[in-house]
Design a protein around this ligand. Sequence first.
Ligand SMILES: C[S@@+](CC[C@H](N)C(=O)[O-])C[C@H]1O[C@@H](n2cnc3c(N)ncnc32)[C@H](O)[C@@H]1O
Length: 282
Amino acid sequence: MPRKSRTQLIKPRIREILSQELPEGLVQLLPKHWVQIGDVLILPLREELEPYKRRIAEVYAEVIGAKTVLRKGHISGEFRETNYELLYGRDTVTIHVENGIKYKLDVDRVMFSPANVKERVRMAKVAKPGELVVDMFAGIGHLSLPMAVHGKARVIAIEKSPYTFSFLIENIELNGVQDRMTAYNIDNRDFQGENIADRVLMGYVIKTAEFIPKALSIAKDEAVIHYHNTVPERLRPREPFETFQRIAKEHGYEAEKLNELVIKRYAPGVWHVVVDVRVFKQ
Ligand SMILES: C[S@@+](CC[C@H](N)C(=O)[O-])C[C@H]1O[C@@H](n2cnc3c(N)ncnc32)[C@H](O)[C@@H]1O
C-alpha cells in the first residue's frame, strides 16, 4: 500500500479530535488548507467556527507541530503589513527555509506570500555573478536574498520600514552574504546611487508606476528592470507594460518587454504580474 503523506495523516487526526468536541456539522467546515511559515500557521477560519476558534487553533498547532497560530487577514498599507488575529501561542517570529534560503521574519507584521515562491526561485536563476542588483522594495530580502545567495550577484537592498529592515539585516547575516549584500533603511526615493544597476527589482504593487523614474535613474544606460504591479484583467496584456514604456520614453529611455508572468490573483478580476523590461538610454 502506498504510504500516506504527512498532510493526509494530519487532516483525519485533527477531525478525529475535534469531532468529539464540536457540534455536528461544524467538522466539515474545518479548514482543509493552511499556510505554514517556519513554525507559525496561518489558518483561514469561517465565521461559524468563531466560538471554537482557540481550541481549533490549539489542535491544529499540536497535530502539525506549530508554536503559534494566526487567523488569516488582509495585507494592506504602504509597508504591506499583515493583519492577523492571534489564536494560539505568542511568538510570531520564525525562520522559514525555502530554496535553501533562511528568511527570519515576524509573520504577524511582515508580508511573506507563499504564492510568490515561483518568483523568489526564478530570481535566484536570473541573477548573474558579479552584476549589481538594486532592490527598491527589499522587504526582508524576499527576492534579493536568492540573487545574492544562489546567483552570487552583488545586491543593494532598500527597505523603508525600520521593523522589516531589522529582519533584512539579520537575514543577510543568517545567509552569510554580508560580503555582497548591503542594506539601507531609507525611502528608495532618497537613494543617492545613479546609473549603477545592471538589474533593478521593483517588487511592489498598486503604486509601482510612481517609482519608474527613480528606477531608471538607478539603472545603467542598459539594464533590466523587473517591474511588478497589479493590473485589472480587462487591461491585460497591454498593461502594465504600456504605462512603463510611456514613462520611460518621457525620461529618455527605450523599453523592450522581455517577458511577463502572473504572480497571483490579487483581488477579484485583478492580477499581480511581473514584467521583465530591458531599458536603453536614448
Ligand atoms: C510587498 S513588500 C514586497 C517584498 C518583496 N519585494 C517581494 O516582492 O516579495 C514591499 C516592501 O517595500 C517597502 N516599501 C514601500 N515603499 C517603499 C519605499 N518608498 N522605499 C523603500 N521601501 C519601501 C515596504 O515596507 C515593504 O517591506
